[in-house]
Each structure stands twice: as structure tokens, then as C-alpha cells.
Design a protein around this ligand. Structure first.
Ligand SMILES: Cc1cc2nc3c(=O)[nH]c(=O)nc-3n(C[C@H](O)[C@H](O)[C@H](O)COP(=O)(O)OP(=O)(O)OC[C@H]3O[C@@H](n4cnc5c(N)ncnc54)[C@H](O)[C@@H]3O)c2cc1C
Length: 236
């Protein structure tokens, strides 16, 4: 970790799998220094409630919530997923298929700076692009992810991610995040209501601006989350 910090202090550029930067570097020249987190244990964790920034997408499996596993599985091709990293996707790419999943998990980021390690929220990670060491979240009761098929070279396909969180001394919450074009919108609604009431509450958030076809994808996801919630209640 101290070596990585030293590299950053000396102006090294963070590098994940180089799937995005390689072509640019070949064309425009390589940076004097680059730093990879590949050998850093803290950046390579995969667990129920955490994933490291250097984890390659194809290592993201059923240990993590469905929403994140499915998001990783739909990025690019198998060859891309064997090389591209969580940090490169969330911080460094424009598509950021993992971002809606991370948002509905209400993930917190741990970022690495020359001065040390600190926590940051996802809005800051996207805006300021610090070095992402890892993400951490609380396991949701249920979660879902859907990416619509896209045209090669066309607009980014619509992505809808959602999760139902159990209250830890607070009421349940439903979080939904949608990538529409390159924009990612998200909203929170009370999770104890019925599906129609949850959808109404979500329409009152930033998601209210979404086009009708996006709501066609949001609606069944919210219905499925409430069904899992009711199944969960019956099992107790
Ligand atoms: C053919 C193809 C298809 C793709 N399809 C999709 C898709 O469907 N959905 C999608 O979301 N993405 C897609 N991508 C983008 C892919 O996810 C990115 O290549 C990947 O996100 C970049 O990861 P990387 O580890 O290779 O990053 P790199 O190329 O190494 O770096 C990219 C940028 O991220 C920065 N960076 C890298 N790691 C970190 C870190 N830990 N912290 C901070 N900054 C960091 C680098 O400094 C650089 O600016 C596709 C890419 C390709 C080549």
C-alpha cells in the first residue's frame, strides 16, 4: 500500500486491465509512470459485502449480490471481462455498467490517495475519479439487474438495477438506478408499501424524468422485489 501511495505521489496514472487506455497510449505515447493495484490484497477482495477495485469482472460470482454479479456478466465480451477491472469500469469508463448496481447497493468506496486511504461516496468517485481501492455494502434482501440488448455502435442500452434493503432499525427501502443513455439516475422509496405505491414514490424522485419504455423495465423489477419481501416475511 505504501508503495502504491508513493507512486501516486509521484504522479503515476492508475491502470486496471488497460482495455481502454492501451490503444490511446499506443497512439499518443505512454505515461512516464503507471500504477496497478493488481498485487495489492486490499484491491483484490471478493466477498458477500465487498469487491476490490482491481478485481477483473469475470471473478465477480455468486458471492456478491445478484445485481452486481449480473451487471459484471453483461459487460462487453468474455475477453473484456477477463481483463477489465471494477475500478476501470466505475471510475474510468463512460458506460459504467457496474455503477447502477453499486448505487442500488448503496455502496461506499474506499479510495487511495498519496496521503492515505479514506471513504468516499459514489457521487464523489464519479465526479473526482480518485483511485478506487474497494467497494463495500450491506447485503440486500433481494436485488435485480437488466440490461436491454444494444445495437453495435448504437446508443448505450438501457440498464435497470434495483435492490430491496432490510431496515437495520429503520423501515425497508427500495433503491432503483437506471442508466439512460450515458446518464445514471437513481431513486429511493419506502420498501414496506405495495408495488404500485413504491412505483408512485419512485416517480417523485429523479427517476420521474425517465421515458415510458424505461418504466416498462422498472415495473416488473419492483413487483419481483416486493414478492421476495413477502416471501421473506412468510418464511420468518
Ligand atoms: C470491446 C469492449 C466492450 C465493452 N463493453 C462494455 C459494456 O458493455 N459496459 C461497460 O460498462 N463497459 C464496457 N466496456 C468498457 C470496459 O468495462 C472497460 O474497458 C473497463 O471498464 C476499463 O477497465 P480497465 O480495468 O481495463 O481500465 P483501464 O483501461 O486500465 O483504465 C481505464 C481508465 O480507468 C482508470 N482506472 C483504472 N483502474 C482504476 C482504479 N482502480 N481507480 C481509479 N481509476 C482507475 C485509468 O486511469 C483509466 O483512466 C467495454 C470495453 C471494450 C474494450
Amino acid at each position: 500500500m505504501s508503495e502504491a501511495r508513493e507512486c501516486l505521489a509521484e504522479g503515476a496514472v492508475p491502470i486496471g486491465g488497460a482495455t481502454l487506455v492501451w490503444a490511446t497510449w499506443q497512439r499518443d505515447g505512454f505515461p512516464e509512470r503507471a500504477v496497478s493495484l493488481r498485487e495489492l490484497p486490499e484491491a483484490n477482495v471478493v466477498g458477500r459485502e465487498t469487491v476490490g477495485g482491481a478485481v477483473v469482472l469475470h471473478r465477480i460470482d455468486e458471492r456478491v449480490p445478484d445485481v452486481l454479479r449480473l451487471a459484471a456478466a453483461t459487460v462487453g465480451t468474455g475477453a473484456v471481462r477477463r481483463t477489465a477491472t471494477v475500478g476501470g469500469n466505475i471510475v474510468g469508463s463512460t458506460l459504467r455498467c457496474l455503477l447502477p448496481a453499486a448505487l442500488v447497493l448503496d455502496a461506499r468506496a474506499t479510495v487511495l490517495e498519496p496521503g492515505g486511504v479514506r471513504e468516499a461516496d459514489l457521487a464523489e468517485v464519479v465526479a473526482k475519479r480518485p483511485v478506487l481501492l474497494s467497494l463495500r455494502w450491506r447485503t440486500p434482501v433481494a436485488s435485480a439487474y437488466r440490461k436491454l440488448p444494444g445495437e453495435p455502435g448504437g446508443a448505450p442500452p438501457l440498464v435497470v438495477a434495483s435492490a430491496l434493503h432490510a431496515g437495520h432499525g429503520t423501515p425497508r427501502r427500495v433503491r432503483v438506478a437506471v442508466r439512460d443513455g450515458y446518464e445514471v439516475l437513481s431513486g429511493i422509496a419506502p420498501g414496506d408499501a405495495d408495488a404500485d405505491e413504491i412505483l408512485d414514490a419512485l416517480r417523485g424522485t429523479a427517476l420521474g424524468d425517465l421515458p415510458a419504455d424505461a418504466w416498462d423495465v422498472v415495473r416488473p423489477q419492483v413487483a419481483a422485489l416486493t414478492e421476495s419481501r413477502d416471501g421473506d416475511r412468510r418464511d420468518r
